[in-house]
Unconditional design. Structure first.
Length: 55
């Protein structure tokens, strides 16, 4: 069991897969560490928000 996938950002072995969002421009799965890092970069605050400035 387990996965041999590597994180698309830090190249560490991924134990828990996270799916990057399209707007992040990342190909492939990422690890939880990078996921939360990206999340806070793109969506400051605790929750993921939808960009409304495109209206
Ligand atoms: Zn990573």
């Amino acid at each position: 069991m387990g996965t041999k996938d590597k994180c698309a950002i830090c190249s560490e072995k991924i134990e828990l897969h996270y799916k990057s969002m399209d707007e992040w421009g990342i190909e492939g799965p990422i690890c939880g560490k990078c996921y939360s890092k990206k999340l806070s970069e793109h969506y400051p605050g605790e929750h993921v928000r939808v960009n409304k400035h495109l209206d």
